[in-house]
Design a protein around this ligand. Structure first.
Ligand code: GLA
Length: 337
């Protein structure tokens, strides 16, 4: 019998570069994602792709180093196989509607789609997300947090997820009926592996050695760091954690104007303190702010290019390259075909 596994991409409403420091994040799944169709059986995971060259051919007992597998996209498949250790193989095709390298978590969607197709733990979404997070690091060496994989697995239609990345507790936050999110592409391709992601994480860890856990610190503590770069990084993480809770309440209470201000404040923090925005992203955020119906906008995800999200009234017209628009989508699913 055939199967269809689906895993969505995500936007993060607020709370970026906080997950790997045990902080707070507020992502939601989007309607773009990665689908795997195929049949279980045999001793291999063999997947073709309609978007990438080559075939992923991974033996069920795994490969010693997923990072050396060819073609490169098959590294994610190899790393997930090693984590899930399925008893049966899979022959199928990968099809994705997510633009790769756009900050919409296309690699997490591929990992989660493969894990879902291979029967990863559906009872324990956190364990499945942790397996996919380890797979990302093994495949491409990015020391990422858990947000992307966890929201792709655990998302709920109509809800954002407030993730406490320390306890890994998830609260669903109803997304206001009279709002939607528009995703706009900056035109800049983002490559997480070649970005300064790991460097930012190391800077946050260095700041933590000075003032203690950033998760428990307050923005005032950050001001006590002498090194100006580490001070800015800590200021971003501590203020961003506060903005996650502020946005959670603003959305729950339908305070959309305030929600928009929080997005704009988060963008400024990503630009000035964390230094992961780009002139193209800043320009989009600036341009949409004056448009009637727009509450606010910010870069989403890691930054260094990729996409801006706009929080606005439904059907607000934006003269920009729209990648997707809508309300929060559901998480990963598996069905028989
Ligand atoms: C990437 C990582 C996530 C998170 C974001 C920034 O998407 O995969 O874990 O750190 O960047 O918030």
């Amino acid at each position: 019998m055939g199967l269809r596994a689906w895993a969505p991409g995500r936007v993060n409403l607020i709370g970026d570069h906080t997950d790997y420091m045990g902080g707070l994040a507020l992502p939601m799944a989007i309607g773009l994602g990665t689908e795997i169709t195929g049949d279980r059986g045999g001793n291999w995971v063999m997947l073709g792709s309609d978007g990438f060259e080559g075939v992923a051919e991974i033996p069920l007992d795994g490969v010693p180093d997923p990072a050396t597998v060819e073609p490169p996209w098959a590294r994610y498949v190899a790393a997930v196989v090693r984590e899930v250790r399925p008893r049966d193989g899979l022959v199928g095709m990968v099809h994705s509607t997510l633009p790769a390298g756009s900050g919409l978590a296309s690699s997490a969607a591929l990992e989660v789609a493969v894990a879902t197709a291979l029967g990863a733990d559906r009872v324990n979404p956190v364990a499945a997300a942790q397996a996919c997070q380890r797979a990302e690091e093994a495949a491409v060496g990015v020391p990422c947090g858990i947000m992307d994989q966890l929201v792709s697995i655990a998302a709920v239609e109509g809800m954002a997820l407030r993730i406490d990345c320390d306890t890994l507790g998830i609260d669903t936050v109803p997304f206001p009926e009279d709002a939607e999110v528009v995703v706009i592409h900056s035109g800049e391709h983002r490559e997480l592996t070649t970005s300064a992601y790991a460097e930012r994480r190391a800077e946050c860890e260095a700041a933590e050695r000075i003032i203690g856990r950033l998760r428990d610190a307050d923005p005032v503590d950050a001001e006590h760091i002498d090194d100006p770069v580490l001070r800015r990084r800590a200021r971003h993480v501590t203020t961003e954690n506060e903005r996650v809770d502020a946005l959670t309440s603003a959305l729950a209470q339908g305070q959309l104007a305030f929600a928009g201000e929080l997005l704009v404040a988060s963008h400024a923090s990503m630009r000035d303190d964390f230094e992961v925005s780009t002139p193209a992203l800043d320009k989009i955020v600036g341009a949409v702010r004056g448009v009637p119906g727009v509450y606010g906008a910010r870069v989403t995800g890691a930054g260094f290019g990729g996409c801006v999200i706009v929080l606005c009234r439904p059907k607000t017209r934006l003269n920009m390259p729209v990648v997707w628009r809508g309300r929060p989508a559901a998480g990963a699913s598996l069905s028989a075909t």
